[in-house]
Write a protein that binds this ligand. Structure first.
Ligand code: ASP
Ligand code: MG
Length: 445
């Protein structure tokens, strides 16, 4: 990202290219696909690059397949696999009444590829690689299924659409499950593959690709981290030099709290890139944390809009150089654990201890959600990840006295007020409170 924010946006015949991202909730049923079609039809005089996620909860379901694959549990594996297969087939049957439509064969062949991959790993031990590598090869199929269905559906409804493989476009390193984008190579691929195609078409054509997926130098699939399709949309908008990205979601925009636990949340009309980065960083699930940087660098506007009310305004994330929010924004992270770490010999916590503790956290790829230091102990709040936490605690216990509390909530309130803090802590025990000017963190039981 070397152009320092100063660049011209691409246009064809005076029209800018738009990037739209449709998440899993927007394609979780046949009705969802029909709705995506209706939205795209409204923009039929625009060059659109569409990024689509896996259907509904398919990514979670593929993680279950992976779990049984790794644990060598063929019966459970087949059951989990079949459930995914059936969900997709049900949707395809609803969308394509003609059972000879090519989509049936295409999706079947993707499922065959996944079957073949899994079978090989079961038959030959040597065909298996690390958990993270296998994750990317297996879990990335969700986006391949959904894009195949969407591409075929749009074409069948009269929106000409071509599916581009994200593996050909998004080039990354081999850091599986959290791959880093090679911006130069990705930029080259996008200009070689997408731009000429969009230019050669009339504007009613849609270029479609999968979110979340990339590929490394060896051509193996990589993924960009959970909810990474937002990031894919940002990468494409950046490399296509677009002026705006729209993320279509099942909420009216960015809200000041998650309606699942907070009654009557308010919609934020316009927020700064900086605010969005802070919200994503502290765990607001509305936008993938890596999404904003490339957009901010290039001055690309990000709209978050409701796919149920596509005409409504949604939220605009753009360049604003001050905090323009005048009410609290609440972020809740559940299932937290607060670990307090003290030297065994009652000595003080010093820099060497801290750097050692951080090395251990980094080794287990565990993010410190909040931390606090006192003379004789260091407290850190982490996501309770059963895959790594027991080992992490064991390793720290070799050197320190460890105490911990499970099942906690971490609330982060941006632009907090005393009333906002009271609302969250009423009747609960506060284990840790940390304030800066704009933000308060509360770890509560
Ligand atoms: N399907 C992936 C996930 O659920 C990526 C995405 O939805 O953005 O994490
Ligand atoms: Mg998803």
């Amino acid at each position: 990202m070397a152009d320092g924010g100063w660049r011209l946006f691409s246009t064809f015949a005076g029209m800018e290219i738009k990037v739209f991202k449709f998440g899993g909730a927007s394609v979780n049923s046949a009705a969802g696909y029909r709705n995506v079609f209706r939205i795209l039809k409204k923009y039929n005089k625009t060059s659109i690059m569409v990024v689509v996620s896996a259907m509904g909860k398919t990514t979670n379901a593929l993680e279950v397949v992976l779990k049984h694959y790794i644990a060598n549990e063929p019966l459970e594996l087949i059951e989990a696999f079949t459930a995914i297969y059936n969900t997709h087939l049900t949707v395809i049957r609803e969308l394509f009444s003609d059972s000879s439509h090519p989509v049936y064969g295409e999706v079947e062949s993707l499922f065959d590829q996944l079957r073949g991959y899994i079978r090989k790993g079961h038959l030959y031990d040597k065909a298996r690689n690390t958990y993270n590598f296998e994750y990317d090869q297996i879990v990335s199929f969700g986006e391949l299924f959904s894009s195949c269905i969407l591409g075929n559906y749009l074409n069948s409804q009269g929106i000409p659409c071509r599916i581009f493989e994200a593996k050909d476009l998004i080039i990354t390193d081999s850091a599986n499950r959290d791959a880093n984008v090679d911006w130069k190579k990705t930029g080259e691929r996008v200009s070689e593959i997408i731009l000429p195609w969009l230019e050669s078409r009339d504007m009613s054509c849609v270029a479609l690709t999968q979110g979340f997926i990339g590929s490394d130098a060896a051509g193996h699939s990589t993924t960009l981290g959970r909810e990474g399709s937002d990031f894919t949309a940002a990468i494409l908008a950046y490399t296509l030099k677009c002026s705006a990205v729209t993320i279509w979601k099942d909420v009216p925009g960015v809200l000041n709290a998650d309606p699942k636990w907070f009654s009557n949340p308010k919609k934020l009309l316009t927020i700064s890139y900086r605010e969005a980065i802070e919200l994503a960083y502290y765990g607001a699930s509305v936008i993938h944390p890596k999404t904003i940087r490339p957009l901010e660098n290039a001055g690309i506007k990000l709209y978050v809009k409701s796919f149920l009310k596509p005409g409504a305004a949604g939220t605009l994330i753009t360049n604003i150089d001050h905090w323009n929010i005048h009410f609290p924004i609440y972020i809740r992270k559940q299932n937290q654990v607060l670990i307090s770490i003290s030297p065994r010999d009652f000595s003080f916590i010093v820099e060497e201890n801290l750097s050692h503790i951080f090395l251990v956290l980094a080794k287990y790829r565990t993010k410190a959600n909040v931390m606090q230091n006192s003379a004789i102990s260091f407290s850190v709040c982490l996501d309770r990840n059963e895959q790594v936490l027991p080992e992490l605690i064991e390793e720290l216990s070799l050197h320190y006295e460890i105490r911990y509390n499970y099942n906690l909530d971490l609330f982060t309130v941006r632009h907090y007020t005393p009333a906002a803090i009271r609302r969250l802590t009423k009747g609960r025990t506060v284990l840790l409170e940390q304030k800066t000017r704009q933000t308060v963190h509360l770890v509560v039981k």
